[in-house]
Every structure is written in C-alpha cells, then in structure tokens.
Write a protein that binds this ligand. Structure first.
Ligand code: ZN
Length: 327
C-alpha cells in the first residue's frame, strides 16, 4: 500500500525555533524539510538564493528537478527569463492574498470563500505542483513547510490534496524581542556573520499579527491535526516534543535523537530560513533564556502589556505590573 502523503506546516512567529525543529523532523526517514515555501516564488528561485546544499537552486539536484517538473522550465533555463515568466503570476497571486482583507478571509474560511478565487487558485496550484514534485523527486512521503505564516498553512489545508497537519510553535514574546534586538554572532560554517536585527515595535507587530492569524485559522483545522508546541518545552525536552509531533502525524517511528537532547543533522535542501540551516553534524538543543537577565525592564513591561491575552493563552508568566496596567 502506498504511504499516505502528508504535509506538516510549522506556523508561528520568527525566532521561535522553527529552523531547528524543522531540521530535526527532516532527519526522520521518509520526511523532507522544504524550508520556507513562502519565499520560493518571489525570492529564492527568482534570486537563485543558495540552497542548504551550498549550490544555486538551478544547480541543486533536488530543486532543479522540482522546478522542471512543477513549472516546466528546464535546468538550463532556470537562471533566465523563462523562469521569471513562470514565477510572475504566482508572485502576483501571493501578493494579492497577502492583502489584509483577503488574508483574513482565507484564514477564517480556508477553501470556502471564492471571492479571490483566481489568486487563490493560482497559488494553490503552484504550491501543490511543487509539493507533488518534491515528494516525487526525494521519495519522501511527508513534507515539512516551515513558512511560519498562517496563510501558507491555510492554502495547504484548503488544497485537499494531502493529509495536512499544523504545529503551532510559539515562544515567549519577551525572548523573541530579545532575540531580534541582540547581535548574536553565528558559527563560520553558517556563512553569515550575525543574525539580522529588528526593533521592538516591528517585532511586536509581527508577533501579534502571526499569533492572531494562527487563532483565526485554528478552528478550521481538525484538532487532531493541530499541535501547539512551546519553544521552551521543545528546548527542555526535545526528544519527547518531537515524539509528540510524530504521534500527531500518526508515524510509528522514533524521534531521530542520539540522546535526549542531541540530534545529528545531515545535509539539507532549505532555500530559506535562518542561517543555522547550514549547520550539519551533532547538534545539542539547549534552552536560550538569556532574555531573562538581559532584556531591559521597561521593554519587558511593554511586551507584557502588548501581548497579555496571548501570554495568558499560551501559559506564560505575566509580571504583576503588566496585569495592573492592562486592567
Ligand atoms: Zn539543494
């Protein structure tokens, strides 16, 4: 019997650990980590961004075949105008769906509201074609898309062509704010000097937008196929957390760890994601709680007030001062 074809969307704000979670899941036999499909059309293929295998997509043994199969552009033409022509309608459709009113409609009623049907049809067909080609090319039965935005998960949920699952990955917003404000050097093997930085207002806005979108989408996904995961729980118990994801996916296999917190990462084909996607070999997963001693008190209180409903919903502790201000 053919194995069921599954797609797992990782939804959640940036800097919540999606890259390492996706990398661990990508080590499960039969799984393929596709990176962030949301960037495929407008950036990764258009700009020929370097793949996790250190080549351009046009030279990558996986992506060059996927583009040929899904878009009908031969590897020799994937750096030229034929690929740009094939990408353009998908980029336009994605832009139209990203407009706030269209996005909210898609999240609240995935697959039911057809008022923006042309754009949704174009993006759905392009996404399904790429997923089909990735599964066929790699021989995997389960694909992981760590696009993080709820709208990409809504498109996959509405496509109805795969068994679709969601991991909703959240991290304490005070830790996310701290992660964006600090200048953290990266290992030389990642090819980048440091992680990019972002200010408090933009970080908060994006965090709230992502969490609101996820809550719009959640009621429309079968609860047996939606798993909330907190970064802090994943970092404290990596093997057990990944095992719970495999259980949700109805996979009868062990999480790919060599100990409770260590995993050996092999080469991957991520086109997007944080620069740590280039890391291979043994990786120990440890909690990063630097924010608790380094985030200035004033910023911490601002984050507490702005995110209070979500802090409570996701079970994060709230400072008493924030509660008094919000009441
Ligand atoms: Zn590659």
């Amino acid at each position: 019997m053919e194995p069921r074809r599954k797609v797992l969307s990782i939804v959640g704000p940036s800097r919540s650990g999606s890259t390492i979670l996706s990398a661990v899941l990508g080590e499960v036999p039969g799984f393929f980590g596709a990176g962030e499909l949301r960037w495929l059309w407008g950036r990764d293929l258009a700009e020929q961004r370097v793949c996790g295998c250190q080549t351009t997509p046009a030279a990558c043994p996986v992506w060059s075949r996927v583009v040929e199969q899904a878009m009908g552009v031969s590897p020799e033409e994937q750096s030229g105008p034929r690929l740009a022509d094939a990408l353009q309608p998908v980029v336009s459709a994605q832009r139209e769906i990203t407009r706030l009113s269209n996005r909210r409609r898609l999240l609240a009623t995935p697959g039911a509201d057809r008022r923006h049907s042309v754009a949704l049809d174009v993006l759905t067909e392009a996404t399904v074609s790429v997923v089909d080609a990735l599964l066929q090319t790699t021989g995997a039965h389960t694909l992981i898309d760590e696009s993080k935005r709820p709208q990409e998960a809504a498109v996959l949920a509405a496509a109805g062509r795969f068994d679709h699952y969601v991991v909703h990955l959240v991290r304490d917003p005070r830790a996310v704010v701290h992660s964006w404000r600090r200048s953290k050097p990266l290992p030389a093997s990642t090819g980048s000097a440091a992680m990019p930085r972002r200010g408090l207002p933009k970080t908060l806005m994006r965090w709230l937008e992502n969490c609101s979108g996820a809550e719009y989408l959640r009621p429309h996904i079968d609860p047996r196929r939606w798993l909330p995961v907190r970064y802090e729980d994943f970092a404290a118990h990596p093997r057990a957390t990944v095992q719970s994801i495999l259980d949700m996916l109805e996979e009868d296999c062990e999480a790919p760890f060599t100990s409770d917190d260590t995993v050996v990462l092999g080469p991957n084909h991520y086109l997007s994601g944080n620069p740590s996607r280039f890391r291979t070999g043994p990786v120990r997963i440890v909690a990063d709680s630097e924010w608790q001693t380094s985030l200035p008190r004033r910023q911490r209180l601002l984050v507490d007030v702005a995110t209070l409903p979500f802090l409570l919903r996701y079970g994060y502790p709230v400072a008493g001062a924030a509660l008094r201000r919000a009441s």
